[in-house]
Ligand binder design. Structure first.
Ligand code: ZN
Ligand code: ZN
Length: 337
């Protein structure tokens, strides 16, 4: 862990504040940009030019790919400990060994909790809102949203702007960047089922505790766990077998709420699905994990009659999960791509 970057007092920006402990880097950067009446891209280009003038080409998704020189520069000019800034990113800290970019939503379409935004003194976007496997707010136990309730546009905190000339710059992230509707509208919140909340608790626990107890009694290290559910998620969303597995599993689900949700598109990565589609995939995933390793029997029973193709798909999936979850720890790295 690197120490705080010492600031020369002449370098400190006149307006500066630190990120919240659970804030996404781009949210904090956007809040600073708005305070200086700049858009996100111009602002990070200005930072990059000051932090490392020799480099002119860089990726703009700083949540995932922020240059370290730029983070050190931000640390100095905002008097923020470097660790606090690093913690706001997605790939430069402990979680990076658990989560792969597979699970990160595109920076141009992330989620938000209307209740969190409505209660924030200074509205900001949480890191967790970019995780594809998170669809519920931990604080409010309600669903997140992923589009503007008024105009339907995808939400990105990087496109936020000051509401009007005299608008409060510190409230900007609460409003839709396209139509300026209030995203903190409480009427847009919906309640998840107990099962959905349980799965979220299970996933958050896996990230924080370094390991997870599967219902069947196996203890699995978190990085193995996420690699395993990535494999299942990939099977459910990509290729011909995805549709077969989805249909078989959906036919075995009692939830009336879920049956009203649109079926996920097959052959689309989970981080490109909308919130309702991800909700269906996560529900199927949770059902599989809860009964694992008996997935084969579960699916075979749910299908209308015995389906040879389906049974083969399930068996293959089960073998892959055994390999990922239960393989010897000394042979660790080859299963992480
Ligand atoms: Zn919330
Ligand atoms: Zn809008």
């Amino acid at each position: 862990m690197e120490a705080c970057t010492e600031a020369d007092s002449s370098e400190i920006w006149p307006i500066h504040f630190q990120p919240k402990s659970d804030e996404l880097l781009s949210s904090w950067v956007m809040r600073l940009a708005i305070a200086y009446s700049m858009n996100y891209l111009t602002f990070i280009q200005t930072i990059a030019a000051s932090a490392y003038p020799a480099v002119t080409n860089f990726r703009t998704d700083w949540d995932c790919f922020a240059p370290r020189q730029a983070l050190h520069y931000l640390s100095r000019v905002t008097t923020t400990p470097f660790q606090s800034i690093e913690r706001a990113t997605l790939l430069q800290q402990a979680e990076a060994s658990v989560l792969s970019p597979y699970w990160f939503l595109s920076a141009s379409a992330i989620q938000y909790c209307p209740l969190c935004l409505s209660e924030d003194q200074y509205p900001y976007f949480r890191r967790e809102w970019r995780f594809a496997f998170i669809t519920c707010c931990e604080t409010h136990e309600s669903f997140l949203a992923d589009s503007c309730p008024q105009c339907g546009t995808s939400i990105s905190c990087k496109q936020s702007r000051k509401e009007q000339e005299n608008g409060d710059v510190y409230l900007a992230l609460r409003y839709c960047h396209r139509c300026q509707s209030d995203l903190g509208n409480k009427q847009t919140t919906h309640l998840p089922s107990i099962s959905e909340l349980e799965f979220h608790q299970h996933l958050r626990h896996a990230i924080r505790q370094g390991g997870v107890d599967l219902p069947a009694g196996y203890r699995v290290a978190s990085h193995r766990y996420f690699a395993g559910i990535q494999t299942v998620t990939h099977r459910l969303t990509i290729g011909k077998s995805g549709q077969v597995l989805q249909q078989a599993l959906l036919s075995n689900i009692e939830s009336n709420k879920l049956s009203q949700v649109e079926a996920p598109i097959v052959s689309c990565q989970i981080n490109r699905l909308n919130l309702n589609q991800r909700r269906v995939i996560l529900h199927l995933l949770w059902k599989l994990i809860q009964t694992w390793p008996a997935t084969g029997a579960k699916c075979a029973n749910s299908a209308k009659g015995y389906d040879k193709l389906l049974f083969r798909e399930e068996q293959r999936l089960n073998i892959e999960l055994c390999r990922i979850f239960l393989i010897d720890e000394s042979d660790d790295t080859e299963h992480f791509v």
